[in-house]
Write a protein that binds this ligand. Structure first.
Ligand code: BES
Ligand code: MN
Ligand code: ZN
Length: 461
């Protein structure tokens, strides 16, 4: 990752990349040496967004790159378009010859677009490097890209190599790197220490459920606690998922992966907070001792929970983890999880919904989501739907019988377990890019972490 960016001393030898739009292309073409201009014309290059053309110099060597961007006025303008470049260019050292719409986001996109998951076979990406553009905080770009790689690697790793134990090991390695404390409550100890819902969801797996707990930073600083859903595989439990739905459920620890990515950025940037990270890490498996529909469990916080559907397991493990987080009255409590298919139905895979009662926080989340191109969209904690969680037997049901507003009712379920935190933010992420887009290779995705990192930097930097 760090070798992607080349120091400024080498930038004189770097191959220039000129960004053009359909509108600016004619003027840019006029400024090119005549053979290069003719070469571009012969290739029918018109700076169509996303089109890339490498131009030869007089010696036939690669001398120049032109790349099409959307016009400034285009509503669908994607600031991450330059993220396609690492996948299009041959090996070499490049520099931006002119400013793309947003040089910082273009540089970040370049770094994000250079990612490939290489754990199980050789990485065939050409060695493309970039001289950092002037005025871009390259350390911060590298920090964000490294965090995205961590989240993507964790999500892309299949469940046979990323069970609760391996997820805990990844968390422990991160804690060790930054001198954070790490503890983990495993298996039956969860029952003894009163985490009944985490245990109930995870007990059918041969891979023991656990609660990961990391703390870092000055205890006198404002307390920010991150909670991430770490379901290392979600079969749906006894209310088994259909095969199509189960196919990508290795990604169901995407919330955990993203809180670890966020924690890495926070610790690396040494933000002035007391950080805590809680990850309930479980496998929602099928076995004779699996929890069942209509089982009732008392939650850590107290209310009894009736299981309407064992596939609504994420909210169960988060409920106990949120209850623990809430006990120390954090200044800010944030949870991320791949909680509902309904979130994707409402907003699609690239735009996770977020929920909070804190208006100031909501405005800030939305603003940073936009400036970081880490899109998030607010949905309401609609009070009138709260009664949909009523159970005939227990204090609350984990899965309303209807299928309306599924992401909202999940958020309302979680809300029952947060009463003391000064401010609470919940994000129902997807954590996955179904088909590759610039800067977003297909597979595991870092979502919400960059926007929240920037929000925290602004508050506590
Ligand atoms: N992990 C899934 C949610 C999910 C499904 C995320 C597909 C992304 C893609 C979660 O555990 C789940 O199964 N939720 C159920 C809840 C329902 C049973 C109330 C869902 O969304 O169908
Ligand atoms: Mn599920
Ligand atoms: Zn799940």
């Amino acid at each position: 990752m760090h070798s992607l960016f080349e120091t400024a001393t080498a930038s004189t030898t770097a191959i220039p990349i000129t960004f053009a739009t359909r509108t600016t292309w004619a003027a840019i073409a006029d400024g090119l040496p005549a053979p290069a201009r003719r070469f571009a014309t012969a290739n029918g290059f018109t700076a169509k967004p996303g089109r890339c053309l490498t131009l030869p110099g007089p010696d036939g060597q690669l001398a120049h790159v032109v790349f099409g961007l959307d016009d400034e006025s285009d509503r669908a303008r994607d600031p991450f378009r330059p993220g396609a470049l690492p996948g299009l260019l041959p090996s070499g050292l490049y520099r931006f010859a002119n400013a793309p719409h947003d040089a910082r986001l273009a540089t970040l996109a370049f770094a994000l677009g250079a990612y490939r998951f290489g754990r199980y076979r050789k990485n065939e990406m050409p060695a493309v490097r970039l001289a950092p553009p002037d005025g871009v905080d390259i350390a911060d770009v590298v920090r964000m890209a490294a965090a995205a790689s961590l989240a993507r690697d964790l999500i892309n790793t299949p469940s046979n190599d990323m069970g609760p134990e391996q997820l805990a090991q990844a968390a422990q390695a991160l804690a060790a790197r930054f001198g954070a404390s790490f503890t983990c409550i495993v298996g039956d100890e969860l029952v003894k220490q009163n985490f009944p819902l985490i245990h109930a969801v995870g007990m059918a797996s041969t891979r023991a459920p656990r609660l990961i707990d990391i703390s870092w930073g000055d205890p006198s600083h404002p307390r920010v606690t991150l909670v991430g859903k770490g379901v290392c595989f979600d079969t749906g439990g006894l209310d088994l998922k259909p095969s199509g739905g189960m196919l990508i459920m290795k990604k169901d620890m995407g919330g955990a992966a993203n809180v670890l990515a966020l924690a890495q950025m926070v610790m690396d940037a040494k933000l002035k907070i007391r950080l805590r990270v809680l990850i309930p890490a479980v496998e929602n498996a099928v076995a004779g001792n699996a929890f069942r529909p209509l089982d009732v469990f008392k939650s850590r916080k107290g209310p009894t929970v009736e299981i309407g559907n064992t596939d609504a397991e994420g909210r169960l493990v988060l409920a106990d983890a949120l209850a623990l987080a809430d006990e120390e009255k954090p200044d800010l409590l944030i949870d991320l999880g791949t909680l509902t298919g309904a979130a994707r139905v409402a907003l699609g895979p690239d735009l996770p919904p977020f929920y909070t009662h804190d208006e100031t926080l909501a405005a800030s989340v939305a603003a940073h989501a936009k400036t970081e191109n880490d899109p998030l969209w607010r949905l309401p904690l609609w009070p009138a739907y709260d009664s949909w969680l009523d159970s005939k037997t227990a204090d609350i049901n984990n899965a309303p019988s209807g299928s309306f507003a599924g992401s909202i009712t999940c958020a309302l379920f979680l809300q029952r377990f947060v009463t003391e935190a000064k401010s609470w933010l919940h994000v129902d992420i997807y954590g996955w890019t179904p088909s590759a887009k610039p800067a977003r290779p297909e597979g595991g995705e870092c979502q919400a972490a960059r926007a929240i990192y920037k929000l925290l930097s602004e508050r506590y930097g």
